[in-house]
Write a protein that binds this ligand. Structure first.
Ligand code: MG
Length: 374
């Protein structure tokens, strides 16, 4: 595959490599090895029981962080292949991009960030990096996964100037306004394409939104119309899926064509050209505009639906209660976390809480606060 890579793709030849030198992985490429390390990590398996939008116990068919990440990887690989950049790198970044998410999705992240306000804050993206750099305990000779520079760069999507200064080499691009690889750039869009579309599907499945409501979004209505014309009388799940697959396809194709044109127009030839140029991956102005009403619709009708908000309010309470209980008495922590508390108690507590799955957090809350027989 590497023979077909474009000159501006990340490759082993132009990579900045690993922090710790390791023996060559043999039959795999270095970026395949990274992807495999991520799949075998503990944090990756936890994604199965972490909320995307719907709390895990609400239904077996809703997306979880794990199935979301797999969908992101599928879309990222398709885009990477079309642009002739490094598919293995794009896939690895996709699998790792949400590793640092707390239980209960964004409500959990916001609650933990508020708890950590006086202690450096909590940011799920930075936590993803922390997991692969420090927290995974898999290897005899080092902490974390010792991933390639470009994989770590792709995981760190955004970063405050303060955090960027602390991160050194990896944070520099945020201070110098340089771009990451195309593989990293395309992952942000693969993430967006995945959730905008699977949230339509999950929203309809949950009954919190209806097909009639979502037809008010022109982009969705356009594709629904095509499906209805081609398959008169089609309804139910098939009608939804036929529409959603067309939506995904249209967005991915638009992204590929627009990005290809930008790469050509700027005359990009090398990875260094990519880093020095302005952002090359993106939707056309038309697609960007067409997506805005969809995002507004999903926010107002789904993410802010009172039934979703009720779950999120409970989630916030669970996170706050756990954080306060451990801060007030760290001896309530499992011994391996208590042992690390001497270094930085709030951060160790945040690591413990962030690593929890939804159901583990609920169980831990019961173990700490439920009074038997009451
Ligand atoms: Mg994501």
């Amino acid at each position: 595959m590497s023979a077909e890579l474009a000159g501006y793709a990340v490759s082993e030849a132009n990579s900045s490599g690993r922090r710790r030198a390791e023996e060559s992985p043999g039959i795999r490429t270095e970026f395949q090895r990274d992807r495999d390390r991520i799949i075998h990590s503990t944090a990756f398996r936890r994604l199965e029981y972490k909320t995307q939008v719907f709390v895990n116990h609400e239904g077996d068919l809703f997306r979880t962080r794990l199935t979301h990440s797999i969908e992101v990887a599928q879309i990222a690989r398709s885009i990477a292949r079309a642009l002739r950049v490094n598919e293995d790198l794009a896939e690895g970044v996709a699998y790792a991009h949400d590793l640092g998410h707390t239980p209960f999705g964004h409500a959990g992240q916001d609650a933990l960030n508020a708890c950590m306000k006086e202690h450096g804050g909590f940011e799920h993206n930075l936590q993803s990096l922390r997991i692969v750099e420090e927290l995974e305990e898999h290897y005899a000779e080092f902490d974390g996964l010792n991933l390639m520079y470009e994989t770590r760069e792709g995981i760190l999507k955004h970063c405050s100037p303060r955090n960027a200064r602390e991160l050194g080499e990896l944070g520099r691009r945020f201070l110098e306004n340089r771009q990451p690889s195309l593989e990293a750039q395309l992952n942000n869009y693969a993430d967006e394409i995945a959730y905008n579309n699977h949230d339509i599907d999950d929203g309809l499945r949950s009954g919190l939104i209806t097909l009639e409501q979502i037809e008010s979004v022109e982009l969705v209505a356009t594709h629904l119309k095509v499906v209805r014309e081609k398959h008169p009388g089609l309804g139910g799940r098939r009608l939804i899926h036929e529409t959603v697959r067309r939506l995904i396809n249209a967005q991915a194709l638009d992204l590929i064509r627009t990005s290809e044109a930008a790469i050509r127009e700027v005359g990009i030839e090398t990875l260094e050209d990519v880093r020095a140029a302005s952002r090359l991956i993106g939707f056309s102005a038309e697609m960007h505009a067409a997506l805005q009403p969809l995002k507004v619709f999903l926010r107002e009708q789904l993410y802010w639906h009172y039934r979703v908000l009720r779950e999120m309010a409970k989630a916030r309470k669970i996170i706050e209660d756990l954080f306060d209980a451990f801060m007030n008495d760290p001896r309530l922590l499992p011994p391996q976390y208590l042992a690390r508390c001497a270094d930085d108690k709030p951060r160790v507590i945040a690591d413990y809480i962030a690593g929890m799955t939804d159901r583990y957090a609920m169980k831990e809350h019961r173990r700490l606060f439920a009074i038997p027989g009451a």
